[in-house]
Design a protein around this ligand. Sequence first.
Ligand code: BDP
Length: 705
Amino acid sequence: MLLRNVFLLLLCLVAVSPSRADDGYRLWLKYDRIANAAERQGYVRVAQFVASPGNTPVLRAASAELTRGLGGLLGQAVPAVPSAGSRTGGIVLRVDAQASAAGQPLKAEGYRIFSEKNNLVITGRTDRAVLYGAFALLRQVQTRQPLAGLNLSSNPRIDFRMLNHWDNQNGTVERGYAGSSIWKWYELPERLDPRYTDYARANASIGINGVVINNVNASARYLSAEYIGKVAALAGVLRPYGQRVYLSVFWAAPKVLGGLATADPLDPQVKQWWAAKSDELYKAIPDFGGFLVKANSEGEPGPQDYGRNHADGANMLAQALGRHDGVVMWRAFVYKAGSDDRFKQAYEEFQPLDGKFDPKVLVQVKNGPIDFMAREPFHPLFGAMPKTPLVLEVQLTQEYLGFATHLVYLGPLIKEVLESDTYAKGPGSTVARVVDGSVDHHALSAIAGVSNIGSDRNWTGHPVGQANWYAFGRLAWDHELSPAAIAREWTRMTLTTEPAAVRTIADMLGQSRSIYVRYTMPLGLHHIMGESIHYGPQPWLAKAGRPDWTAVYYHKADSIGLGFDRTATGSNALALYKPEVQKQWGDARTCPLNYLLWFHHVPWTQKLSTGRTLWNELATRYYTGADSVLWLQKQWLAARPALDPALYADVAARLQTQRKEALWWRDACVLYFQTFARQPIPAPFAPPTRSLADIKQLVQLYQLK
Ligand code: BDP
């Protein structure tokens, strides 16, 4: 009897666990054995060993990744050897100060992969370049591209490719939805969680080379001797993977830590405090990257507290870095209470300072003028500060895009900003080219993504959040890549290589952001989400700590119409853009519908280019947007046979929540705006079955303490 039971139990176990459930920990670096034997053999012929004559920590990391990755993919050991000798059929890592591609010298981090005497050579001018080449070669195999005869080269278009962690010293993450911080400050510097290395590998695989490890709302603690030791330990893990560590700094640190009476940037003692602090940092971390600063923004202290401006503050820090090879990234996310239009404030404070910044300073600008909305016009500072290198900051953590609950692939959002034309130096002066320095010939260039990474086993909470980390890195390296191609690449590496499923999933990813916009803030609506938590709809929010934290400030619904007039008859924020851009958006009759309510107060009865009135179009978008979540569910179901069961179930469940919450958004917004438009829900859509009061109550729950 006992034996029979044991037998049955074993049978059950075999039946329910055909393979180890995919918990997402390995991200896109899965390296599972290629199932098709013939395909595998094709790779085996050209990847029999990895020869690495150089021996730096970075090259050792590259070689280890290749032996691990190829070993897994090919299902057999791929040994690392010091030199190829007379052997062929392997991979050779070569640092070559003269390395070039197509007759052009490679950049310091650019790589080339080519065939030589029946070996594949991965070369570049630095060991970091070779590391990036190693990951590129692995990507070829993971996405099943041929290796034989490969001739591939790539240069990064932007120098500093940064992840900004909004992680706090107490382990929480500001706007983090994937658990707590991955940094374990109380264990550092003695214990180095193995997860740090896997994090560094993932970053390196997509070309990220800088990590700001703490929140922009910074604690002074990180600048203490005790914490510098901890940060140095982390820097030691990231260094072999080509990543430098940066710190967000608390402006008043000289007071809090140094006991000074002031943090005035022009005070000699303050200057001296920062210079000594920089020396201390560089002694512990010789390749320390520099400082990120949020000052005089949302209550943070800053130079304006002493009657100085942002340039005074940033330049003082740049001078404190002195001879060290570091930079200051100074954020332009500032807005004051009481202005007629928050849209204009960063521009008004920063644009006049163009030309006043130290050469080591970059000004970091969010993609849009308000705050990481699901769709924003590009920030008017892009193209308006030709003498200052600008960092583009995008948000990967989905603060305003459904947390880790809604499936939203951000590749299209990031690309949309990069492709926007500022017309700063004529047509083609895109945000991408402003940021990569090519429009104004800057020596420094940088891009930053606010991280969506946390302690959840799968790193990002929503499995598709991984695609956002991935797409950010790939676009930071090369903004010419297409988000669709990146989605396919990520899907192949992470989920499945089955062609029909790859198409289905990439299609879902490609549509997901515009679906989200449709059921939350269509036609250019913005900032109508739940107060403080920024989750769910709250378009009726009329009272908050400040007027520009309400929803009514932005949508301006009244009996006549909807939207914020930012033309000359309104706040005139549109005038901050070049005339060509003003022309695109300035006339309500020709303004693209995606931006309409960003710039115009449009009558409810106004006919739009779709042939519908504003009210009918708005309702149609809310209804079709919410119903498109059903389409996402159908697609996901269609891909099911090609997916790991645990992963399938995880996303399927999140999609159910997404559908439910898309209906909240739809019902909340159509019922609320209907009180102004006073028109019926257009056919063929059925009016919501609940009342505005019902939905308010539901959403209000999220505001309860
Ligand atoms: C806002 C977030 C806030 C951040 C701020 C920032 O709600 O938590 O501190 O951005 O970027 O969107 O500084």
